[in-house]
Design a protein around this ligand. Structure first.
Ligand code: TYM
Length: 329
Protein backbone atom coordinates (compact mmCIF):
# COMPACT_ATOMS: atom_id res chain seq x y z
CA UNK A 1 0.00 0.00 0.00
CA UNK A 2 1.28 3.48 -0.77
CA UNK A 3 1.91 5.83 2.15
CA UNK A 4 -0.72 8.34 3.21
CA UNK A 5 0.10 11.93 2.23
CA UNK A 6 0.85 14.83 4.58
CA UNK A 7 0.73 18.48 3.48
CA UNK A 8 1.59 21.66 5.36
CA UNK A 9 3.07 25.10 4.86
CA UNK A 10 4.37 28.32 6.39
CA UNK A 11 4.02 31.88 5.11
CA UNK A 12 7.24 33.60 4.06
CA UNK A 13 6.40 36.86 5.78
CA UNK A 14 8.53 38.37 8.53
CA UNK A 15 10.28 36.02 10.93
CA UNK A 16 9.88 32.30 11.55
CA UNK A 17 9.65 31.91 15.32
CA UNK A 18 9.92 29.22 17.94
CA UNK A 19 6.13 28.70 17.81
CA UNK A 20 6.34 27.84 14.10
CA UNK A 21 9.26 25.54 14.84
CA UNK A 22 7.74 23.66 17.78
CA UNK A 23 4.15 23.67 16.50
CA UNK A 24 4.90 22.79 12.87
CA UNK A 25 8.46 22.22 11.62
CA UNK A 26 9.60 19.83 14.36
CA UNK A 27 6.51 17.60 13.97
CA UNK A 28 7.05 17.65 10.19
CA UNK A 29 10.62 16.42 10.56
CA UNK A 30 9.32 13.58 12.73
CA UNK A 31 6.62 12.38 10.30
CA UNK A 32 8.73 12.41 7.14
CA UNK A 33 9.39 8.68 7.15
CA UNK A 34 5.84 7.67 7.89
CA UNK A 35 4.01 9.82 5.33
CA UNK A 36 4.67 10.95 1.78
CA UNK A 37 5.23 14.54 2.89
CA UNK A 38 4.84 17.79 1.01
CA UNK A 39 5.94 21.08 2.58
CA UNK A 40 5.14 24.34 0.89
CA UNK A 41 6.35 27.92 1.27
CA UNK A 42 2.99 29.66 0.89
CA UNK A 43 3.87 32.95 -0.78
CA UNK A 44 0.38 33.43 -2.29
CA UNK A 45 -0.92 33.49 1.28
CA UNK A 46 1.77 35.96 2.38
CA UNK A 47 0.64 38.60 -0.12
CA UNK A 48 -2.86 38.79 1.39
CA UNK A 49 -1.13 41.39 3.59
CA UNK A 50 1.08 43.96 1.76
CA UNK A 51 4.69 42.71 1.41
CA UNK A 52 7.80 44.52 0.27
CA UNK A 53 8.87 42.65 -2.93
CA UNK A 54 12.58 42.39 -1.95
CA UNK A 55 11.71 41.21 1.55
CA UNK A 56 9.26 38.65 0.15
CA UNK A 57 12.00 37.17 -2.05
CA UNK A 58 14.45 37.04 0.90
CA UNK A 59 11.85 35.57 3.18
CA UNK A 60 10.95 32.88 0.64
CA UNK A 61 14.59 31.75 0.48
CA UNK A 62 14.96 32.01 4.25
CA UNK A 63 11.85 29.89 4.90
CA UNK A 64 13.15 27.26 2.46
CA UNK A 65 16.57 27.36 4.18
CA UNK A 66 14.86 26.91 7.56
CA UNK A 67 12.93 23.85 6.34
CA UNK A 68 16.14 22.25 5.10
CA UNK A 69 18.27 23.29 8.07
CA UNK A 70 15.68 21.91 10.49
CA UNK A 71 15.90 18.50 8.88
CA UNK A 72 13.28 18.36 6.13
CA UNK A 73 15.04 16.12 3.64
CA UNK A 74 14.32 16.88 -0.04
CA UNK A 75 15.10 13.24 -0.87
CA UNK A 76 12.18 12.14 1.29
CA UNK A 77 9.81 15.11 1.12
CA UNK A 78 8.72 17.57 -1.54
CA UNK A 79 9.69 21.18 -0.74
CA UNK A 80 8.32 23.85 -3.06
CA UNK A 81 7.02 27.41 -3.39
CA UNK A 82 3.26 27.79 -3.82
CA UNK A 83 3.36 30.42 -6.61
CA UNK A 84 5.48 28.06 -8.76
CA UNK A 85 2.53 25.66 -9.04
CA UNK A 86 -0.33 27.57 -10.72
CA UNK A 87 -2.85 24.81 -9.92
CA UNK A 88 -3.19 26.27 -6.37
CA UNK A 89 -4.76 29.49 -7.60
CA UNK A 90 -6.88 27.67 -10.17
CA UNK A 91 -8.41 25.16 -7.76
CA UNK A 92 -8.94 27.99 -5.26
CA UNK A 93 -11.17 29.66 -7.85
CA UNK A 94 -13.20 26.49 -8.35
CA UNK A 95 -13.60 26.11 -4.58
CA UNK A 96 -14.61 29.78 -4.28
CA UNK A 97 -17.75 28.94 -6.17
CA UNK A 98 -18.86 26.45 -3.52
CA UNK A 99 -17.56 28.28 -0.42
CA UNK A 100 -20.04 30.42 1.49
CA UNK A 101 -19.54 34.03 2.58
CA UNK A 102 -20.95 33.12 6.00
CA UNK A 103 -18.44 30.37 6.77
CA UNK A 104 -15.51 32.56 5.71
CA UNK A 105 -16.81 35.46 7.82
CA UNK A 106 -16.70 33.19 10.86
CA UNK A 107 -12.97 32.36 10.56
CA UNK A 108 -11.35 33.69 13.74
CA UNK A 109 -8.02 34.51 12.06
CA UNK A 110 -9.81 36.69 9.50
CA UNK A 111 -11.80 38.40 12.23
CA UNK A 112 -8.59 39.12 14.20
CA UNK A 113 -6.55 40.31 11.25
CA UNK A 114 -9.27 42.44 9.68
CA UNK A 115 -10.00 44.17 12.96
CA UNK A 116 -6.33 45.08 13.40
CA UNK A 117 -6.48 46.98 10.10
CA UNK A 118 -9.54 48.79 8.84
CA UNK A 119 -12.12 46.12 7.94
CA UNK A 120 -13.32 48.27 5.04
CA UNK A 121 -9.83 48.20 3.49
CA UNK A 122 -9.07 44.55 4.19
CA UNK A 123 -8.10 42.71 1.01
CA UNK A 124 -10.47 40.23 -0.59
CA UNK A 125 -7.46 37.90 -0.57
CA UNK A 126 -7.34 37.92 3.23
CA UNK A 127 -11.02 37.02 3.36
CA UNK A 128 -10.50 34.25 0.81
CA UNK A 129 -7.29 32.97 2.37
CA UNK A 130 -8.83 29.79 3.89
CA UNK A 131 -10.17 28.74 0.46
CA UNK A 132 -6.65 28.96 -0.98
CA UNK A 133 -5.46 26.91 1.98
CA UNK A 134 -8.15 24.30 1.23
CA UNK A 135 -6.93 24.23 -2.36
CA UNK A 136 -3.34 23.60 -1.14
CA UNK A 137 -4.42 20.62 0.91
CA UNK A 138 -6.99 19.08 -1.47
CA UNK A 139 -4.77 19.26 -4.57
CA UNK A 140 -2.42 16.74 -2.96
CA UNK A 141 -5.14 14.43 -1.63
CA UNK A 142 -3.50 14.87 1.78
CA UNK A 143 -4.94 12.67 4.52
CA UNK A 144 -3.19 14.55 7.28
CA UNK A 145 -2.32 18.20 7.82
CA UNK A 146 0.17 18.77 10.67
CA UNK A 147 -0.37 22.28 12.01
CA UNK A 148 -0.44 24.35 15.19
CA UNK A 149 -3.70 24.89 17.08
CA UNK A 150 -4.48 28.19 15.32
CA UNK A 151 -4.91 26.49 11.92
CA UNK A 152 -7.44 23.90 13.06
CA UNK A 153 -10.46 25.91 11.96
CA UNK A 154 -8.97 26.38 8.48
CA UNK A 155 -8.36 22.65 8.06
CA UNK A 156 -11.96 22.03 9.12
CA UNK A 157 -13.10 24.38 6.36
CA UNK A 158 -10.98 22.36 3.90
CA UNK A 159 -12.79 19.22 5.10
CA UNK A 160 -16.18 20.87 4.60
CA UNK A 161 -15.32 22.10 1.11
CA UNK A 162 -14.01 18.66 0.12
CA UNK A 163 -17.22 17.01 1.34
CA UNK A 164 -19.40 19.60 -0.38
CA UNK A 165 -17.55 19.19 -3.69
CA UNK A 166 -17.65 15.38 -3.45
CA UNK A 167 -21.38 15.42 -2.70
CA UNK A 168 -22.14 17.70 -5.60
CA UNK A 169 -19.85 16.29 -8.28
CA UNK A 170 -18.87 12.80 -7.11
CA UNK A 171 -15.88 11.64 -5.09
CA UNK A 172 -12.88 13.75 -6.08
CA UNK A 173 -11.01 14.76 -2.92
CA UNK A 174 -9.71 12.89 0.12
CA UNK A 175 -11.10 14.38 3.35
CA UNK A 176 -8.09 15.75 5.28
CA UNK A 177 -7.54 15.48 9.04
CA UNK A 178 -5.74 18.13 11.09
CA UNK A 179 -2.93 16.69 13.21
CA UNK A 180 -2.15 18.87 16.20
CA UNK A 181 0.54 17.94 18.73
CA UNK A 182 -0.33 17.43 22.40
CA UNK A 183 2.48 19.76 23.41
CA UNK A 184 3.81 22.76 21.52
CA UNK A 185 0.77 23.34 19.30
CA UNK A 186 0.17 26.71 20.95
CA UNK A 187 3.37 28.39 22.13
CA UNK A 188 2.53 31.62 23.89
CA UNK A 189 4.04 35.10 23.69
CA UNK A 190 7.00 35.65 26.03
CA UNK A 191 5.87 39.09 27.16
CA UNK A 192 2.14 38.37 27.26
CA UNK A 193 1.54 34.66 27.91
CA UNK A 194 -2.21 34.93 27.48
CA UNK A 195 -1.67 35.48 23.73
CA UNK A 196 -0.08 33.07 21.25
CA UNK A 197 3.45 33.75 20.02
CA UNK A 198 3.01 35.68 16.79
CA UNK A 199 5.29 37.39 14.30
CA UNK A 200 2.98 40.36 14.14
CA UNK A 201 3.65 41.22 17.81
CA UNK A 202 6.67 43.07 19.25
CA UNK A 203 10.10 41.42 18.93
CA UNK A 204 10.22 40.75 22.69
CA UNK A 205 7.23 38.43 22.37
CA UNK A 206 8.90 35.84 20.17
CA UNK A 207 12.21 34.09 19.60
CA UNK A 208 13.08 34.12 15.90
CA UNK A 209 14.96 31.06 14.67
CA UNK A 210 17.64 33.46 13.51
CA UNK A 211 18.00 35.39 16.82
CA UNK A 212 21.57 35.56 18.17
CA UNK A 213 22.45 33.82 21.48
CA UNK A 214 22.60 37.20 23.28
CA UNK A 215 19.13 38.17 22.07
CA UNK A 216 17.71 34.74 22.96
CA UNK A 217 19.14 34.99 26.51
CA UNK A 218 17.79 38.50 26.95
CA UNK A 219 14.30 37.59 25.71
CA UNK A 220 14.04 34.52 27.94
CA UNK A 221 15.35 36.26 31.05
CA UNK A 222 12.75 39.01 30.47
CA UNK A 223 9.89 36.58 29.79
CA UNK A 224 6.84 37.27 31.94
CA UNK A 225 6.20 34.72 34.70
CA UNK A 226 4.40 35.14 38.05
CA UNK A 227 5.27 35.72 41.67
CA UNK A 228 5.49 32.00 42.49
CA UNK A 229 8.75 30.21 43.18
CA UNK A 230 8.41 26.48 42.47
CA UNK A 231 9.05 25.07 38.99
CA UNK A 232 5.90 23.05 38.28
CA UNK A 233 3.78 22.31 35.18
CA UNK A 234 0.61 24.19 36.09
CA UNK A 235 -1.43 25.50 33.11
CA UNK A 236 -2.85 28.21 35.36
CA UNK A 237 0.64 29.70 35.72
CA UNK A 238 0.59 30.59 32.00
CA UNK A 239 4.02 32.19 31.61
CA UNK A 240 5.93 29.49 33.48
CA UNK A 241 3.89 26.73 31.83
CA UNK A 242 4.80 28.09 28.39
CA UNK A 243 8.52 28.22 29.21
CA UNK A 244 8.35 24.70 30.64
CA UNK A 245 6.62 23.48 27.47
CA UNK A 246 9.47 24.91 25.39
CA UNK A 247 11.97 23.24 27.73
CA UNK A 248 10.12 19.93 27.49
CA UNK A 249 9.97 19.92 23.70
CA UNK A 250 13.62 20.81 23.22
CA UNK A 251 14.98 18.51 25.94
CA UNK A 252 12.72 15.51 25.21
CA UNK A 253 12.33 15.00 28.98
CA UNK A 254 9.09 14.19 30.78
CA UNK A 255 7.23 16.62 33.06
CA UNK A 256 8.23 14.73 36.19
CA UNK A 257 11.89 14.52 35.16
CA UNK A 258 11.90 18.27 34.60
CA UNK A 259 10.14 19.08 37.88
CA UNK A 260 12.57 16.83 39.75
CA UNK A 261 15.53 18.46 38.05
CA UNK A 262 14.41 21.94 39.11
CA UNK A 263 13.22 21.03 42.61
CA UNK A 264 14.59 23.60 45.05
CA UNK A 265 15.68 25.94 42.24
CA UNK A 266 14.08 29.30 41.39
CA UNK A 267 12.83 31.01 38.22
CA UNK A 268 16.23 32.62 37.58
CA UNK A 269 18.04 29.27 37.47
CA UNK A 270 15.33 27.74 35.32
CA UNK A 271 15.37 30.61 32.83
CA UNK A 272 19.16 30.47 32.55
CA UNK A 273 19.04 26.75 31.76
CA UNK A 274 16.18 27.21 29.33
CA UNK A 275 18.07 29.98 27.52
CA UNK A 276 21.13 27.74 27.11
CA UNK A 277 18.92 24.89 25.87
CA UNK A 278 17.31 27.14 23.25
CA UNK A 279 20.72 28.55 22.20
CA UNK A 280 22.31 25.10 21.83
CA UNK A 281 19.25 23.64 20.08
CA UNK A 282 19.16 26.43 17.52
CA UNK A 283 22.95 26.74 16.96
CA UNK A 284 23.32 23.80 14.52
CA UNK A 285 20.17 24.89 12.67
CA UNK A 286 21.44 28.47 12.39
CA UNK A 287 24.75 27.23 10.99
CA UNK A 288 22.90 25.31 8.28
CA UNK A 289 20.58 28.26 7.56
CA UNK A 290 23.71 30.36 6.87
CA UNK A 291 25.05 27.67 4.58
CA UNK A 292 21.86 27.48 2.51
CA UNK A 293 21.41 31.27 2.40
CA UNK A 294 24.89 31.53 0.88
CA UNK A 295 23.97 28.89 -1.72
CA UNK A 296 20.96 30.36 -3.49
CA UNK A 297 21.60 28.24 -6.58
CA UNK A 298 21.23 25.12 -4.48
CA UNK A 299 17.97 26.47 -3.01
CA UNK A 300 16.70 27.29 -6.53
CA UNK A 301 17.55 23.78 -7.66
CA UNK A 302 15.78 22.13 -4.74
CA UNK A 303 12.71 24.34 -5.24
CA UNK A 304 12.60 23.66 -8.98
CA UNK A 305 12.69 19.90 -8.45
CA UNK A 306 10.04 20.28 -5.73
CA UNK A 307 7.76 22.34 -8.00
CA UNK A 308 8.05 19.77 -10.80
CA UNK A 309 7.09 16.91 -8.48
CA UNK A 310 4.32 18.91 -6.82
CA UNK A 311 2.88 20.00 -10.21
CA UNK A 312 2.54 16.42 -11.34
CA UNK A 313 0.30 15.55 -8.38
CA UNK A 314 -1.55 18.89 -8.33
CA UNK A 315 -2.33 18.93 -12.07
CA UNK A 316 -3.76 15.45 -11.99
CA UNK A 317 -6.20 16.41 -9.19
CA UNK A 318 -7.08 19.69 -10.90
CA UNK A 319 -7.81 17.94 -14.22
CA UNK A 320 -10.10 15.52 -12.40
CA UNK A 321 -11.94 18.34 -10.59
CA UNK A 322 -12.47 20.28 -13.85
CA UNK A 323 -13.80 17.17 -15.59
CA UNK A 324 -16.24 16.56 -12.74
CA UNK A 325 -17.53 20.13 -12.98
CA UNK A 326 -18.20 19.61 -16.68
CA UNK A 327 -15.51 21.76 -18.28
CA UNK A 328 -14.64 20.78 -21.85
CA UNK A 329 -11.05 19.50 -21.99
P1 TYM B 1 1.61 30.39 9.58
O1 TYM B 1 2.64 30.76 8.56
O2 TYM B 1 0.94 31.46 10.34
O3 TYM B 1 2.23 29.38 10.63
C1 TYM B 1 2.93 28.22 10.22
C2 TYM B 1 2.70 27.07 11.18
O4 TYM B 1 3.12 27.43 12.51
C3 TYM B 1 2.06 27.20 13.42
N1 TYM B 1 2.12 28.21 14.50
C4 TYM B 1 2.25 27.93 15.80
N2 TYM B 1 2.36 26.75 16.44
C5 TYM B 1 2.49 26.81 17.81
N3 TYM B 1 2.51 27.95 18.52
C6 TYM B 1 2.41 29.16 17.91
N4 TYM B 1 2.44 30.28 18.61
C7 TYM B 1 2.27 29.17 16.48
N5 TYM B 1 2.15 30.17 15.56
C8 TYM B 1 2.07 29.56 14.35
C9 TYM B 1 0.80 27.33 12.61
O5 TYM B 1 -0.29 26.68 13.21
C10 TYM B 1 1.22 26.69 11.30
O6 TYM B 1 1.10 25.28 11.37
N6 TYM B 1 -2.37 29.31 6.79
C11 TYM B 1 -1.14 28.78 7.28
C12 TYM B 1 -0.21 28.33 6.19
C13 TYM B 1 -0.82 27.39 5.21
C14 TYM B 1 -1.07 26.01 5.38
C15 TYM B 1 -1.62 25.55 4.18
C16 TYM B 1 -0.89 25.15 6.47
C17 TYM B 1 -1.21 27.71 3.94
N7 TYM B 1 -1.68 26.60 3.32
C18 TYM B 1 -2.02 24.22 4.01
C19 TYM B 1 -1.29 23.83 6.29
C20 TYM B 1 -1.84 23.38 5.09
C21 TYM B 1 -0.42 29.87 8.08
O7 TYM B 1 -0.64 31.03 7.89
O8 TYM B 1 0.52 29.42 8.92
Amino acid sequence: MTKQRAFSGIQPSGVIHLGNYLGAILPWVRIQNKYESIFCVVDLHAITIPQDPKELTESTYLTTAIYLASGIDPKKSIIFVQSQVPAHAELAWLLNTIAHMGELSRMTQFKDKSQKGNAENTSVGLFDYPVLMASDILLYQAGIVPVGEDQKQHVELARNLAERFNNRFGKTFIIPNPVIGKTGARIMSLDNPSRKMSKSDSAGSYIALTDSPEIIRKKIMRAVTDSGSTIKFDPKREGLFNLLTIYQMLSGKTESQIEKHFAGKGYGDFKKELAELVVTSLAPIQKKIDYYMKNRRLLDRILKTGATKASRIANSTLTEAKKKIGFVS
